[in-house]
Design a protein around this ligand. Structure first.
Ligand code: SAH
Ligand code: SF4
Length: 363
């Protein structure tokens, strides 16, 4: 298999062309083509000498994924199903807002954690993604937005915020995720503070990340204030208690000076009662954090349902009256299954026929 250029930073590309006997600045040109000009082939790189392209082609490829399917929501959200070079498929989502353009990236093909309420967990786990495959998702979202928007809108197609909240657990694919963060920051010019890494609460990963002292936002998917309840929802992460998770978060705050976000997906009758809100309040006492309540996006066959608006309000009220900052995630793309793992499920699964074919583009 040829080596992918996508995933190498400018310095590495400079070294690579020097090995081929070319001046280092050719590496900057390569980086420009790969990260800023969206080249998929060497033929597109018109300012590189033909001899260099021929040489590079023998050992390297650009390494871009193919778009299999795109769904567009009425609210502008675009969900892409991408095929990697080996055929593995992952999802990525583009989220245009009035003041920013965000992208939700996958870090693994499937997920080994298997939270019982999550569609990605259902699909099992195949492999880690490489840094290039992670960053390539952001490029695919940008291009899709450019193809879809009018000339006037094209300026706002540049991604300026990224969340690692797609398929997979980023801290179980640590090295590639760190490299992807570096590439998004240096090659795509996305500010560290605009990057959010969401973890299921893998404590060794949180502690390791704290030591990196990056200015990214850490989001921890807690979903339960007690070990018993968390064990039911995330049975494969029982090794670390909620107290150990919050301890690791204290370390993150200490090392980075950044406030931690706790994600709490509200599952009707499971973790959304006043008792849990009070327990959560005690657990988070004294920690520089913010709670993001996530309305559950129902997945058929998993046996969970969302909380009532009244229930969400009451839960929220308990937290905010205890002085905890709390927000509620606005549901995006409800008409296109924008929750983690859902598009893949529908394309490959038995429920494919239910899909509104108007909102989907097969490539
Ligand atoms: N593995 C990481 C990141 C990917 S999941 C993590 O678990 O944090 C991103 C977020 O989506 C997590 O908070 C997860 O709990 C949440 N999520 C998964 N399935 C969901 C669903 N059906 N509805 C709402 N949120 C969901
Ligand atoms: Fe994996 Fe996150 Fe889904 Fe849990 S919620 S199965 S950790 S992707």
């Amino acid at each position: 298999m040829p080596t992918a250029l996508l995933g190498l930073n400018t310095e590495e590309l400079r070294a690579l062309v020097q090995e081929e006997g070319e001046p280092a600045y050719r590496g900057n040109q390569l980086a420009e083509w790969v990260y800023r000009r969206g080249a998929r082939t060497f033929e597109e790189m018109t300012n590189l000498p033909d001899t260099l392209c021929v040489q590079l082609k023998k050992k390297y490829e650009v390494g871009r994924s193919q778009v299999v399917t795109v769904q567009h929501s009425r609210d502008g959200t675009a969900k892409l199903l991408l095929a990697m070079c080996d055929g593995a498929r992952v999802e990525t989502v583009g989220l245009p807002y009035a003041d920013r353009f965000s992208c939700c990236l996958s870090t693994q093909v499937g997920c080994p954690v298997g939270c019982v309420f999550c569609a990605t967990g259902l699909s099992g786990y195949s492999r880690n993604l490489t840094a290039g495959e992670i960053v390539g998702q952001a490029l695919a979202v940008q291009e899709e937005a450019q193809n879809y928007s009018s000339q006037i809108d094209k300026r706002s197609c540049r991604i300026d915020h990224v969340t690692f909240m797609g398929m997979g657990e980023p801290l179980l694919n640590y090295a590639a995720t760190m490299k992807a963060i570096q590439l998004l920051n240096r090659e795509l010019d996305i500010a560290m503070r605009h990057l959010t890494l969401s973890t299921v609460g893998f404590v060794p990963g949180i502690r390791r990340l704290a030591q990196e002292q990056l200015q990214i936002t850490l989001a921890v998917s807690l979903h339960a204030p007690t070990d018993n309840l968390r064990r039911r929802l995330i049975p494969k992460m029982v090794k670390w208690s909620v107290a150990e998770i919050t301890d690791a978060c204290h370390e993150y705050v200490q090392q980075t000076g950044r406030r931690v976000t706790f994600e709490y997906c509200l599952l009707g009758g499971v973790n959304d009662r006043i008792a849990e809100a009070r327990e959560l309040t005690s657990l988070l006492h004294g920690l520089n954090c913010h709670v993001n309540l996530i309305p559950y996006n129902s997945i058929r066959g998993l046996g969970f349902h969302d909380s009532s608006p009244k229930g969400i309000r009451a839960f929220r009220e308990v937290l905010s009256s205890a002085g905890i900052q709390v927000t509620q995630r606005v549901q995006r793309g409800p008409d296109i299954d924008a929750a983690c793992g859902q598009l893949q499920q529908r394309i490959t699964g038995a429920v494919f026929n239910e899909l509104s074919l108007q909102s989907i583009t097969q490539r």
